[in-house]
Write a protein that binds this ligand. Structure first.
Ligand SMILES: Nc1nc2c(c(=O)[nH]1)N[C@H]1C(S)=C(S)[C@@H](COP(=O)(O)O)O[C@H]1N2
Ligand SMILES: [Mo]
Length: 156
């Protein structure tokens, strides 16, 4: 009986471990979807820290520091030339999406795929966070176009 209980417990533990979502991010170009190595993003030497004011609905603005990789850098690392496409769509785990014109991307130091806020790795939606990745647009002061839980990028 004890053994049966122990096995049951073990099975439950294994299932819980498996259901833990792994951070993922894909970029699709020309109808082909690539999965980005998220460890490479976390460990990127190109990642930068910058200040940002977070305006979350119903709360006072909060001054924070985000860490992320500039979008143009991420695209270049994946051999993608944004200028070859018209628009770029960012899709989040909750269905939220925004579309930018690729012409906007040439603006430097504005678009970042972030993964850390105030030195803490961004948690997923399930864990109560804005991550694992969040598109932060530095010169979008009201942050409507910031995309929490972004996991799919499409250029077309
Ligand atoms: N994935 C996702 N990102 C999102 C949203 C959302 O609903 N889902 N809302 C947007 C809006 S309207 C704002 S103002 C900011 C801040 O949203 P919050 O108030 O829910 O934190 O996130 C933006 N990014
Ligand atoms: Mo909003």
């Amino acid at each position: 009986m004890k053994l049966k209980f122990a096995i049951l417990l073990l099975v439950i533990l294994m299932l819980t471990a498996c259901s833990e979502e792994k951070a993922f991010l894909t970029i699709a170009v020309d109808g082909e979807q690539k999965t980005i190595d998220t460890e490479a993003i976390y460990n990127s030497t190109e990642a930068v820290v910058f200040p940002a004011v977070v305006r979350s609905s119903g709360e006072k603005p909060v001054e924070t520091e985000y860490k992320g990789v500039e979008l143009s850098t991420l695209l270049a690392q994946n051999n993608i030339n944004a200028a070859d496409y018209d628009k770029i769509t960012f899709i989040a785990a909750d269905g939220y999406r925004i579309i930018l014109s690729t012409a906007e991307l040439s603006e430097p130091n504005n678009f970042y795929i972030t993964f850390e806020r105030d030195g803490e790795i961004l948690m997923s939606k399930k864990q109560g966070g804005n991550g694992p990745f969040q598109l932060v647009i530095r010169r979008d002061p009201f942050s409507q176009r910031w995309v929490k839980h972004v996991n799919e990028i499409i250029l077309e």
